[in-house]
Write a protein that binds this ligand. Structure first.
Ligand code: LMR
Length: 333
């Protein structure tokens, strides 16, 4: 038997797994700071699966959840330096790298529902915001939701007076800091991965997040009260660095981008359910008192934080705020 025929015979005999064990031609490192059972964690997992399927294993996505590699303080820098290839920070965390216009998403009581958020993120305004990433050597691949944020502490937070004097952990966003100050609280910027420990040790008294993050970080172990305020939105942008992105062949870039768009659509489909399931699990533990606000209590909360938009207009950019309001009024993005 010729050498070639012998090689073909031996290759055919190999189980598929062995063939798949060849080293991937491309390995994409995706780092994020939340648990796997969250909208972001599940989006990353779905993205990884789609890329592996579509590329036949030639492109591999390595996901590093729970700030295993990089956390809030250094994930963006790691991306810009090429230490990782993809991150998906919350929109609140772009102000810190010189893109304060992204903090418009942090304006309290700005959105009535996720549909109005998606009109922005999937419309012209959202695309224009992503274009700004190029100034930081980054490429924005798209947006997806977590959901609306709730307030927690070791006392019920139902009226503005309940917040006075509390040290509240926040993300690195001047808009969120102004929101907490308007409530008479003291904003304390801490990395997401440090929040549970800071609450447990009393470094901070409370925080805000969608329930999926509250639950998966076991904040119910260190917070006696959760108020369903729905006062602000938390969502994400998926970002890669220009060097990595432009190093890819066009076909690979298209494959990765298509897989990402499908993963983002999947994340938006499950985000509500993830937060609903987390709230249900929280109710079942009975460890945290869960408070619904009355209509009047929401009106009072909204009144107190209303000035934040005016106060921070200069930081976000009046043109961005005008464009946002026009888009929301017209019901287009
Ligand atoms: C936070 O820092 O509270 C959130 O941005 C974490 C996340 O990525 O959902």
């Amino acid at each position: 038997m010729s050498t070639r025929r012998a090689w073909l015979a031996s290759a055919a005999a190999l189980p598929l797994a062995a063939v798949g064990q060849n080293k991937p031609a491309i390995t994409l490192r995706f780092s994020h700071v939340v648990a796997e059972e969250t909208p972001k964690g599940l989006a990353a997992k779905r993205f990884k699966e789609l890329v592996a399927q579509r590329s036949g294993g030639r492109i591999s996505v390595q996901v590093f959840p729970n700030a295993q590699l990089y956390g809030d303080h250094d994930e963006m820098q790691a991306l810009q330096l090429g230490a990782v290839d993809m991150v998906a920070p919350s929109l609140s965390k772009f102000g810190r790298i010189g893109l304060p216009e992204f903090e418009l998403f942090d304006l309290p009581f700005l959105f009535d529902d996720l549909a109005s958020v998606r009109r922005l993120t999937q419309g012209r305004l959202g695309q224009k915001l992503l274009q700004g990433l190029s100034h930081q050597g980054l490429v924005g691949l798209g947006y997806f939701d977590n959901g609306f944020k709730q307030m927690s502490a070791n006392r019920p937070l139902l009226e503005p007076k309940d917040f006075i004097g509390l040290r509240m952990r926040i993300q690195a966003s001047r808009v969120i800091a102004a929101q907490m100050r308007a409530l008479g609280a003291h904003p304390v910027t801490l990395a997401f991965s440090e929040t549970h420990r800071a609450l447990a040790s009393g470094v901070v008294d409370g925080t805000e997040n969608p329930v999926s993050n509250f639950w998966t970080q076991a904040m119910h172990e260190v917070q006696s009260d959760l108020s369903l305020t729905n006062h602000g939105y938390l969502g994400y942008a998926v970002v890669t660095n220009q060097r990595f992105w432009h190093s890819l062949r066009v076909a690979d870039r298209e494959l990765i981008n298509q897989a990402m768009q499908e993963a983002l659509a999947f994340a938006n489909q499950i985000a509500d359910a993830q937060n609903d399931n987390a709230l249900q699990a929280l109710r079942q533990t009975g460890s945290t008192r869960i408070h619904e606000l009355s209509a009047d209590q929401r009106v009072q909360l909204r009144r107190v934080v209303q000035p934040v938009q005016q106060q921070l207009a200069h930081r976000i950019g009046k043109a961005w705020i005008n464009a946002l309001q026009a888009a929301l009024l017209q019901g287009v993005g």
